[in-house]
Write a protein that binds this ligand. Sequence first.
Ligand SMILES: [Zn+2]
Length: 410
Amino acid sequence: MSDYERVARRLEGYGEVATELARSLIAIPALDPASGGDGEAKKAELVRELCTALGGVELEEHRAPDPRVSAGHRPNLIVRLPGRDRSRALVIMSHLDVVPAGDLKHWSSDPFTLRVEGGKLYGRGVEDNGQGLVSSLCLLRALREEQVVPPCDLALLFVADEETGNQHGIGYLLEHAAPFRPRDLIVVPDGGEPDGSMIEVAEKSILWVKVTVVGKQTHGSTPDRGVNAHAAAAQLIVALEELRARFDRSDPVFDPPVSTFEPTKLERGVENVNTIPGEHAFYLDCRVMPGYDLDEVLAFMRGKAAAVDAARGTRSEISVVQRQDAAPPTPVDAEVVLALRRAVKAVYGVEGKAMGIGGGTVAAQIRRKGFAAAVWARMDETMHGPNEYAILANLLGDAKVFAHVLLGPG
Ligand SMILES: [Zn+2]
């Protein structure tokens, strides 16, 4: 029997192990100080104890100073099981922190007490990112119990501060430690599809802008005495549809496969019908394909606004509300993507598909430093909602997928 088969068989018997791990982890509400919590120190301590008890691992802790929490720091753990080739690793990165429970009346049970029902584990953080924590801890345990020395290192990263910006988490690690090496396979099990088919490799840039069009307010019966900001803004919204043609690169990795530029929020205008508004403000939510310079997108918008201003006598201003420039994508044929596809097929019988998304993930920080990282898990994505759950079979199945990536089919 191959190493993979032994570890996979061992994992199949871990239903109770995984449940108890999830129970003890979610009982420690590791909330960020920005959400009124006291950080991840207690939870990190538990993870450290669990790993130390398994033996045979090297453990590093990198503490990001943070005076807002009683421990004075935010913990980041790197747990390394040595392999035969010590120059590279399969790195699995999970985050310790969770978001607040939200309104308790929407929960069917206490969010920080595990509830098991119908093969599902319920609780705040049990999926996000408890699934990654539990499946990677189960993998480590199975390797130790089977006394398997993997072909390369297995490195488990347990980081802080994912939910509120990563500054004290992976951001800190990338600045103050060397968590990754060039040939590492990096998996972030913090997003996925219910069938496990999505291997997230790329993100669009995010650009939110506020457009303020200023005219001159006047009575509805005397438009010549004012400048109708509402009408000018409408013209500008239509003109901005040309963004799609100007930035029209497409890539089937994304769904939708093109950049999107959507007018969304509207600021309250005049209250009454018989006033011509002197000001109109709206927002655009733009998700731009990687490779485009957002400054060029902004310049194009400002050009359109200037043309409308010249035609109508308005003054328009475009300001950036949020901006995240896309990281370089992980290539669809990167080793980590190919290994995940083989593993997902072997374990779940599903064809894995490299995909891009329109929002940001923590993997972008890793990609920006030049490392190929893939976000993958098999999950229903109930994260951040009430009655968050993880499917027990997925916790164990995902651990098998990681085992397959690490050990190969054997
Ligand atoms: Zn998460």
